[in-house]
Design a protein around this ligand. Structure first.
Ligand SMILES: [Zn+2]
Length: 61
């Protein structure tokens, strides 16, 4: 594992904070993950299904 660089700032990796150079950089990476998850839209599947069923029943009637 020697010779690796911090993926956040490119400085030399510190074994204690692998694969980062410091605790701060590990938090930066963590925040990127959290922001990435927040960007994923969560559509209300139940409401979608309900409206589709209503449309079908209306067509049937
Ligand atoms: Zn770093």
């Amino acid at each position: 594992m020697a010779g690796m660089n911090c993926p956040i700032c490119g400085k030399k990796m510190v074994e204690q904070f692998t694969p980062f150079c410091s605790k701060r950089c590990s938090y930066v990476d963590l925040n990127r993950w959290l922001k990435g998850e927040y960007r994923i839209p969560g559509p209300p599947l139940d409401r979608d299904e309900e409206s589709m069923n209503n449309g079908e029943s209306q067509l049937g009637n």
